[in-house]
Structures are given as C-alpha cells and as structure tokens.
Design a protein around this ligand. Structure first.
Ligand code: WTA
Length: 642
C-alpha cells in the first residue's frame, strides 16, 4: 500500500486489476442514482425486465417494479459469469471444528443439485411460495443449502443464530410465524458438543412449527418425536436433483431476519428479491473486488446479516469460492484462523474488530511462520475499528500489502453502504469511507441540517435510498415508521448511528445513538437484556448499558434494583443464568451492580446515559432535572467498591 499523509492508497498493481479504480464512478452514481442502479441491475439474470425502476410513496419505496427474478437462478443457471464457466468450480468449503475431520468441498454443480433436492423435499412437505421456514443451524454446509432451497421455491427463510437460547428462538419463530424448522442434532464449539436439537424442541413450543428437519452433524443423543421430526438425509436421498425456480416478483419477500431494536422485542426485517440481489452482487464485486479465482472467508455466522450477504449470497452471485467454519477461530489453538487462511489459500479475509483485537492479544509471535501470501484484501465490519487494531490487522495480517476496507452497514441496509473502494481508496484508519456509488448519505444535526465536517450528528440515508434497503418490519408497519422514518421525515432513513465527516467527506462512525449495543460485533438491545433480567421473580427493575471494552468493543453491565437476598454472589449468578436462558451466551453482563434506586427523569424514564457516563468518565451533566438525583451518588459508590 502507498501511504500519503496518514492515508493509504492501493498499489498501482492492485488498482490496475480492480473492477473500479476511477473516482468518476461516484460522479456517475450521483448524477442519476436510479439510472445508475438500473445499469447495474441489467448485468444480472431476470426472467422478465422491470417496467419501472423506482417508486416512492413515503415511507415505502420499491425498486425494479414488475421485474421477475430468482436469486438462485442468478447464482446457478443464470450466473453472470456463465453457468458453464462456474459449474465445476468450488463454490463452498466447510472446515469442521474437530480439526482432524476432513473439510467438505462443494462445486457449484454439487451445490445446485443439493439445493434442488432439498427444495423438492420442502415442496413435498407442503412449503409454498411465501411460507416462512425457520433455520436454526450451526455453521454447516446445510445452512447455505437450506437458505438457497427456500429461495429456489420462493419460501421465506428466517435464520436464527444457533447460539441463541431456546427462548430467543421461540420469540423469533413467533415473530415470523414459520411452519417448519431446520436444525441439527448438535455441533462442536471449543471441544464440546452443543445439543442443538434439545434447544430447538424447547424453542418451538408455542409456535406454528409443525415439522422439524434435523441435519445429522455431531451424532449425539437427541430427543425424537416420530412423525414430527425428520432426518435431512432421508428427506433428500431420493429427491430429484433438478427443481425449477419459482419466478419471483422483484418486490416479493426473499427473507426475514430478526434484529434487536431499542426495545425488548426483536424486529423481523423484510428483504425483497430484486433489489437485494442487485445490491448483494455489486457491493461484493466492487468492495471485495471479487475475481473468479478468489476464495473468501467471511467469519460471520450465517445467523447474522453479514453471513447472509457476504458468506452466502454475494460470493455465490459472483461465482467465487466461499469458506465457512465450525467452532471458534482460536480453538483448538490460537492460530486456527491463520492456519485456515494458509491451508485454503484464502484471498479475501473479512472479520470483525473484536476478532482482530483477540488475535492481536495472542501476540505476533504465533504468526511468525505465516506469510499470508495468498491474501490480497482485508475487510472489517460490525463495530468501529480503533486505530491500533486497524494498524495491527493491516501490518501483521495484510503485511502492509492488502487494502483494508472498513465496511459500514446494518441488517436493515442488506449490504455494505459506506466504505472505501479497494481500487480507489483512500483507507484512513477509523474512518469507514465514502457512501457506495449511487447512494446518498448525510449527517444531520437535531434540526435536520447537514453538519459541517468535524461536527457529530446522526447518519441518515436519503432518497432514492438503495435497492437493498429493508422494505418493512414484518407485520408491523408502525414499528417501521417509528424506528426508521420518524426522526426527521418520512423521506429520511434514520440509521441510529452517530457519525461525522472529515474535510474529504470520509465518514467516521461513532456508534449507536439508541439503546442498542454491539457486543463483540453482535447486536444486542439493552431492552432485550433488561426484559430477560426482569423475568427473575425477585427483580422489579433493571437498567443495562454498554461500556467500552478493550477486546469486545462494548460489553453490557447491569444495574439491578434489589435490596433483598443474603447471598449476593449467588443471586448474581442466577441473573447471569437467567440471561443465558432467555438470550444465550452472547450478551452476558461483565458486571452486575445491585442498587437501591435507578436514576430517573420526573416522568419515570431511566437515565441510562448517566449510568454509562459513570464508566466513560464523561461529565455527568445536570442532575437536577432527575426525580432522584441522590441515586447517582449511591451507584457511584457501588461501582467504586466492587
Ligand atoms: C455498527 C452489521 C462502525 C453500526 C453489518 C450499525 C459499524 C450496526 C460498522 C449494525 C463499521 C456496522 N464501523 N460501526 N464498519 N459496521 N457497525 O445490524 O452501529 O448487526 O448500526 O449489521 O453495527 O449492526 P448489524
């Protein structure tokens, strides 16, 4: 990389080979975004071209109206690279956790056949276009096969992260009203077998799930109910390896994905067929500069949007190889991730700052035998990356050679929307970059005026938005309007992120301005944690805030109103167990403080901001507006004494 005044630029060699290497692309996108996206959409396979590119009836909008598409046809038989060119190429590599077990490798043809077989099996079970199918699978190839099989027949997949607890699964299945659940017997994580089927059985109670399809992975003992439970292998073994694609309207549902908002209940984010496909294809192609020989390792679990878009859909639409792995990147040894990169000749590595900081913590010594010669591009996602982690990643993994794209986006945006393009740059540590060509972002102050460079405000996305932006919150139009289109106007998408620009327009993301925290890159609503805590019979009220953490970026701490119990340590353990049960192990609080009272406004709103400031060292501000200013002093003492 070339360095100029704190900024990095791609080498001439990289630049010359990149799909985009000329700033003109931004001008073109700006001039007429709708035309720009239309031109991009034309490169994909459509059964029927759209009649109208864009329609806006705030807060709703549509793209490629009247167009007919199926994302799996765009991947397989209608691949932009040509089916004959990709069918014998490796589409998917799977690395199991017991590292002595063999990897599984699938060509595009293998994947197409399996997807078709499973799609046919789903049809036989009565699944039709528009039906929701729950997927609660670990990182096994079947998770990708299931997603694609649903898409093949127009069923709507709704993946639930396999580390979520059964209660969290239940609430998500209720939200999507899925009829079938695909799960596994178990999976490996850090040397242990997790019994997933048991959790799935708990989670489907009180939902509309009629059948459970079980992938045999860990061959562990599982509960089994004849008639309801079905083995994956048996279901597909006699199925035809061909299945016609369901012809989908551009604006038909492709998938739902639950995500945490500021309040307790997760929202089911709606993504549609046409726009999502176009955006997934092009953002991958330009931001990761996908070329036919690339092998991408995006470390995100398929249960998150990053896994949906950049482990599954985007690389496959681009005809490259995608790698998935079971377990943890630092188990059985801290250098497992480095081994995988070398063994499978990974060319593009995409991970979260939390993982980078963890790798760094293990020390550079363990990397001394790794040259990472195949790597040519690095990516970061999910949370702000600090300069230290950025430089370590860039120097120790990318060897100062690979462009490092910091990519900002959200479950709602469906794809990356702010980054530096690798063939153009500049890459500036801690700044994510510029809006993707054809998208218009701004940073607004509270009155909705554009902030000058250096001034912090709220990041907003302006019309015509992007083809892949969410189309709604499933069966909850009020929530859609309230969360995304109410801060300024029905024409301004509110991201819930604070940000500022530098003098060149590069955007730096500060973090969420709502009550969502990013714990190790995972999105968790403090409200969801509070709900989980408050379910404890002895707890009436609690407040959770995110505080800075060296490795995980942010971690939750909980304040609980509690004056009872004798054995406080035991009580705290119960609270942790309660969260594990309600949500899962991803969001356990770092500290629990038992307090007498929580700071509240006169109208009874808990002032989480003040609690947070007790940790960040910021000024507490005017406490006199509180109904109970004395509570703050008590809490301060608790934190000090603990
Ligand atoms: C945060 C993940 C800083 C942001 C793709 C956003 C980031 C939330 C970045 C969405 C980044 C994502 N730099 N912050 N590069 N990428 N975020 O829905 O706060 O899990 O609103 O989607 O993650 O999280 P989600």
């Amino acid at each position: 990389m070339l360095k100029k005044g704190g900024l990095y630029y791609p080498t001439t060699r990289f630049k010359n080979k990149a799909w985009v290497n000329d700033r003109k692309i931004y001008k073109e996108g700006e001039k007429n975004p709708v035309k720009f996206w239309e031109k991009l959409a034309r490169e994909l396979f459509w059964f029927k071209k759209w009649q109208k590119p864009f329609e806006h009836t705030p807060p709703y909008f549509k793209w490629f109206l009247g167009g007919k598409i199926n994302i799996t046809s765009s991947i397989f038989e209608g691949s932009p690279q040509g089916w004959d060119k990709i069918k014998d190429k490796t589409a998917l590599i799977w690395e199991p956790e017991p590292t002595d077990q063999p990897s599984r490798i699938f060509t595009y043809q293998d994947l197409f056949s399996l997807v078709s077989q499973f799609a046919n099996a789903l049809k036989k079970l009565g699944i039709k276009k528009g039906d929701r199918v729950g997927i609660y699978l670990p990182m096994v190839p079947e998770i990708i096969i299931s997603m694609l099989a649903c898409a093949r027949i127009g069923a709507v997949h709704t993946v639930v992260f396999s580390a979520y607890s059964s209660s969290a699964l239940q609430i998500r299945l209720q939200g999507s009203e899925a009829k079938i659940l695909i799960t596994a017997d178990g999976y490996y994580r850090r040397g242990k077998i997790i019994n997933l089927k048991q959790g799935a059985d708990e989670g489907i109670k009180g939902t509309k799930i009629e059948r459970v399809i079980v992938v045999k992975r860990a061959v562990n003992e599982i509960p089994w109910q004849k008639g309801k439970d079905l083995w994956w292998d048996e279901l597909i073994k006699d199925e035809n390896t061909k299945c016609e694609a369901e012809i989908m309207d551009s604006e038909d549902l492709l998938f739902l994905l639950a995500t945490s908002g500021s309040t307790g209940r997760p929202k089911q984010i709606v993504h549609n067929c046409g726009g999502y496909t176009v955006q997934a294809y092009w953002t991958g192609k330009w931001i990761f500069d996908f070329h036919p020989e690339d092998i991408l390792w995006c470390t995100s679990d398929l249960g998150w949007i990053t896994g949906h878009s950049y482990t599954c859909y985007s690389p496959l639409l681009n005809g490259i190889t995608t790698l998935i792995f079971e377990g943890a990147p630092d188990f059985p040894a801290p250098d497992r991730w480095a081994k995988i990169i070398e063994e499978h000749k990974v060319t593009i590595f995409y991970t979260a700052p939390t993982a980078i900081r963890m790798f760094e913590r293990y020390g550079t010594e363990i990397l001394k035998d790794y040259k990472f010669e195949t790597l040519r591009l690095l990516g970061s996602v999910g949370e702000p990356i600090d300069e230290g982690a950025w430089l370590w990643y860039f120097n120790e993994v990318g060897k100062g050679r690979c462009p490092l794209v910091d990519t900002w986006w959200q479950t709602e945006t469906g794809g990356i929307l702010i980054t530096s393009l690798p063939g153009i740059g500049p890459f500036k540590p801690t700044f994510t970059g510029l809006p993707f060509p054809g998208t218009k972002f701004d940073i607004f102050d509270d009155e909705g005026k554009s902030c000058l460079p250096g001034k912090e405000g709220n990041l907003v996305l302006l019309p015509p938005f992007t083809p892949g932006l969410l189309r709604g919150v499933y069966k909850n139009p009020e929530k859609y309007l309230e969360t995304y289109w109410s801060q300024y106007s029905k024409e301004t998408y509110f991201t819930s992120d604070g940000a500022f620009k530098d003098e060149n327009g590069l955007i730096r993301i500060i973090g969420r301005v709502d009550d969502v925290i990013k714990v190790a890159g995972h999105r968790v609503a403090t409200g969801e944690l509070e709900n989980a805590i408050n379910k404890h019979p002895e707890i009436s009220e609690s407040a959770v805030v995110g505080i800075p953490d060296e490795i995980k970026g942010e971690v939750p701490v909980a304040f609980i109103c509690y004056t009872g119990a004798e054995n406080l340590e035991h009580f705290k353990k119960e609270v942790v167990e309660q969260i594990r049960k309600e949500i899962g192990p991803i969001a356990l609080p770092k500290e629990i403080y038992l307090v007498e009272d929580l700071p509240k406004t006169r109208s009874g709103k808990i002032m989480r901001r003040i609690l947070k400031r007790l940790f960040t060292g910021e000024e507490l501000g005017d406490l006199s507006t509180l109904a109970n200013p004395e509570s703050v002093e008590g809490i301060k003492q608790k934190i000090k004494n603990d």
